[in-house]
Design a protein around this ligand. Sequence first.
Ligand code: GLU
Length: 332
Amino acid sequence: MLTSSSKKIVIKLGSSTVVDKKGRFKREWVDSLVKDIKKYKENKDVVLVSSGAIALGLGYLKIKKKKIKLEMSQAIASVGQIHLAGEFQKIFDKHKFNIGQILITPDDTEQRRRALNVRRTFENLFKLKAIPIVNENDTTATSEIKYGDNDRLAARVAQIIGADTLIIFSDVEGLYDKSKKKKILIRKVTDINKSIYNLADKNKNLYGSGGMVTKLDAAKICINSGCNMYIANGKYKNPIKNMIENKIYTCFEAKISTLDARKKWIISSLTSNAKIYIDNGAAKALIDGKSLLPSGITKVSGKFNKGENILIVNSQEENLARGLSSFSSEEI
Ligand code: GLU
């Protein structure tokens, strides 16, 4: 289950889980979450994706939420984000955790080169034992290039960093089947089809731009990339402990393992023109499932950075393999 086997966890917090109706940061709740993270973290990498910049900005600036134009909400988010980060920092400091802030736009996750860069930053934050705290960069994202909801953003982050678990804390316990007299919490979903979408409540909460539909979209991304996704209630304190002890949540079960997903991602990536040429001995070793050693490399063509997707060919230019290079072309 959840904590024992998972190694990389993304936790998504909706606006209404971190900001109350009066636009104030929910310090006690977040404190209880951080306590839970401390308790269950062990050797896991944890990422927080937190909404709440606009909600906190509205509260801080004492603006009542009406229809706010995008340009204005960008400015409000800019005020709110700095407070959001400050609030997180105080709490994580208290529990002796380092944190780092990452604000991203869809370009950062949808463009391969940028996604690789984003992944590298996450990996380095993990090396520094810092918990990345992510939000959309609301101040620069325009409506056409905006995620708008952090559910799908969190799923893409989970996919890029190869997380095995995404937990979305929301103001609901999970996905309900309301077609019967008594509503039933669906505990496990293995296929996100039309009938699952039909169960989605179209209502949204006070601040959030997401809803059940965007959560299902997020679940689709997750389960196809080897990541189990959970929707659980973030209304009560110690949300992770509650999840584990009470087992009240909906789990969307991954269809493939993260390893297979990584291989799929490597294979389906756009062809790069970077190539590594290897000799026959190295070719045989690769085919036998062994590693590529530097002595087997005869030539490098094209320029690439560390972590980029490259093609491995033999002297007759036959494609043998594809992989992510641990070195840049220059280093090789
Ligand atoms: N990025 C927005 C914020 O921080 C929230 C988006 C969402 O509702 O998920 O206010």
